[in-house]
Write a protein that binds this ligand. Sequence first.
Ligand code: PMP
Length: 406
Amino acid sequence: MAIDVEKIRSDFPALSLTMHGKPLIFLDSAASAQKPLCVLDVIKNQYVNEYANVHRGVYRLSEKATLNFEQARQKVRHFINAASDKEIVFTRGATDSINLVAYTWAASNLKDGDEIILSQAEHHSNIVPWQILQKRINFKIKIVPVDDNGDFIFEEYLKLLNEKTKLVSVMHVSNVLGTVFPVKEIIRSAHEQGAVVLIDGCQGATHMPVDVQDLECDFYVFSGHKLYGPTGIGVLYGKLSLLKEMPPFEGGGDMIKSVSFEKSVWAEPPARFEAGTPAIMQAVGLGHAIDYVNKIGMDEIELHERQLCQLLQGEMLKIPGIRVIGNSNDKAAVVSFVADFAHPQDMAMILDQEGIAVRTGHHCAQPLHERFGVSVTVRASLGVYNTQSDIENFIKAVHKVKRFFT
Ligand code: PMP
């Protein structure tokens, strides 16, 4: 069933803004998505009527706040089909989630001489934490290349996998190429070697249904703000058997069973990994953002965005002088490109004058840009609220930039 985009657009107040006198065309959802009014309303309402710190009070307001917070956890659990609420750890975002795994699971399981595998397309947040950890443990980082279309080269991956591989940490969908990685097959092959797998689902869970039990991944991470929820909240899904064995990330209130000056005993997951007052309202907001996308249907969202992505990609490829970076047949919601007639920065500034918000830069994927021989690209990325006319107007504006410079 086709989604009612006009109705959806009316749920997002920011989409009625004008920029330089032109209606806003928002094509930067891969960086962060706009928020529906229902998410904003629930946050305001709960701050006014149901706010107190969680987990600690026996008074009515605190019990209500705790209930709302824990219901958000249940919503996340159902959203990715985790087996238990205990497998859902709230973090500050995907970056925080990956760092948590690096400093807990990896720091206590990797040893000198071990190997981990990343892909060439990874976001810096799935590269740098491992490099920081390498200062403490002398493990090797091996890189699976992507081909000229931006596809994960599976044969190369299989060549890198061996009994020394302890972790495979790769993205679900590239935030530059849009490529959907064959994560199920990646996970299966890693498990055959006994390696643990982390999937960076920042651009995955936002654009398609995710079932962590079907994927059988060990860890899956994503950020709330890309899923129409607030900033400052993210998710670490971890298999309970792994979480139970992991030491804490940060120490503080709420993550302990008991404390004395001689010895403290850690709480069970997920509390063990949630030291201090959590981002209560952000978690509640994320829960409502999940309700919102569930009402539309993740299958429908995926279909809508894939159709728009195909249209956008096809139209861009018709423009002489445009080079699209990322031509996989399995692509979601992102089109990055360079033009031989305008520098990406100039392109983005002129598009801004037309009310069009796109991003330029390396999108926190410098090694990937290097692979394609470019230092920066322009990136147009899609959300549930984008329309065919957004794409048509964007294409017209790119032609205008071309006329301007040629
Ligand atoms: N991984 C990918 C693929 C991303 O697109 C992003 C955000 N651009 C991140 C990780 C980091 O997310 P956050 O900044 O929300 O922690």
